[in-house]
Ligand binder design. Structure first.
Ligand code: GTP
Length: 356
């Protein structure tokens, strides 16, 4: 089985973290997101992955790491963004001769891709869409379907749930199985969206959907990036981290003061340093080589590699970028600092992006 993974987006909602690092290689629980996705694809029996990228391709290549044994990874680079369908066509045409997986490259999950492939084959479908249940459909593409999983219509980001039946609502999870014939429906010279332009044409012509109850989260906003990190450490999503709700995972090379107060889930990566009376957790990831000075407080946040939080500073629901600095007695809440940026000593940041 071949999988095409879409990783060409600029990740604008996750700026400034994505200004110099593509979203698919940002860390989740201290591991590049793409490594977790490759684990999952290998477990589903995929042997070849084609990464369809355009934005910062060199950083993407560098961030992937070593693929799991038995998995070959090829990076295909678009000259300009082609949209989700155009990118699938560009990456898959000439490389597939049977049904293949196509995935959005920014969804943390643990549903079994093998089950989606099996349902597609059993139904003799032309295209199959994986679905996930949500309690609020307004940010998603709702897929209205019958009891056999035959797709009837799409409702993109509805203003409310009127006319959509009872909760939960089943939305497009960004995971598809496609027959090669779908590629012939995609024009080659312009931006084309698979959700908005290709799937509607296939309604009544072999388009099915498959429900899955597993963990599912698109990591594309600051809030969801932080939650995905916490969920990985807490074991709410099944990954190689094998975390738990009370997990305090400390790399052996980290230096953590005996006087620090750690409330799980917390992960402290290689070579990080945590000072006396620092209060960490719950839902905290301290990246490789990051430093938390004495008496600092960190909750619900992620420090990327080499970030520094000075003494008596407070960081809440925030992401601190690579080598970024939170100064002494500064307070950072609901904010994101980009690589090498700083919150000055005593400064208070609320809901800020720096650079904006
Ligand atoms: P935002 O700018 O914050 O909306 O993020 P994004 O650029 O990642 O867009 P979005 O979340 O809608 O994209 C979903 C997935 O499709 C992501 O994995 C993107 O990398 C990918 N994607 C979106 N557009 C393109 C494209 O034109 N080409 C390729 N190769 N991938 C794309």
């Amino acid at each position: 089985m071949i999988a095409v993974v879409l990783v060409g987006g600029e990740g604008t909602r996750l700026r400034p973290l994505t200004l110099d690092e593509p979203k698919p290689v940002l860390p989740i629980g201290g591991v590049p997101f793409m490594s977790l996705l490759l684990d999952r694809l290998a477990a589903a029996g995929v042997t070849r992955v084609i990464l369809s990228c355009g934005y910062l391709p060199d950083r993407l290549r560098a961030g992937i790491g070593t693929p799991p044994p038995g998995l070959e990874v090829e990076v295909v680079v678009e000259d300009e963004p082609l949209g989700t369908a155009g990118a699938i066509r560009f990456a898959a045409a000439g490389r597939v001769d049977g049904p293949f997986l196509a995935l959005n490259g920014d969804v943390l999950g643990d549903a079994d891709f093998g089950a989606l492939v099996a349902a597609h084959r059993a139904a003799g479908a032309v295209a199959s869409i994986g679905l996930t249940p949500v309690d609020d459909p307004t940010r998603f593409g709702v897929v209205v379907h019958d009891e056999q999983g035959i797709v009837e219509r799409f409702v993109e980001k509805p203003p409310n749930a009127d006319g959509l039946g009872p909760a939960p609502w089943w939305v497009n999870a960004g995971a598809y199985v496609l027959e090669p014939s779908v590629l012939d429906m995609i024009p080659g010279d312009c931006m084309v969206s698979i959700e908005r332009e290709v799937f509607p044409q296939l309604v009544g012509n072999g388009l099915i959907c498959v429900r899955s109850e597993g963990y599912w989260r698109d990591i594309g906003t600051l809030e969801s990036f932080l939650t995905a990190n916490a969920d990985a450490v807490a074991g709410r999503v099944h990954t190689r981290l094998q975390g738990s709700e009370e997990a305090v995972l400390i790399d052996p090379s980290a230096t953590v003061s005996e006087e620090a107060v750690l409330v799980g889930p917390v992960l402290i990566a290689a070579d990080a340093v945590v000072g006396a009376r620092a209060a960490l957790g719950p839902d905290v990831v301290i990246g490789p080589g990051a430093t938390v000075a004495p008496d600092a407080t960190i909750r619900g946040s992620v420090l990327l590699a080499g970030a520094q939080v000075a003494a008596h500073a407070t960081v809440e629901r925030s992401a601190i970028g690579r080598n970024a600095l939170v100064g002494e007695r500064a307070s950072v809440s609901g904010s994101a600092l980009g690589t090498d940026h700083a919150a000055g000593a005593g400064e208070a940041l609320v809901g800020e992006r720096r650079p904006g």
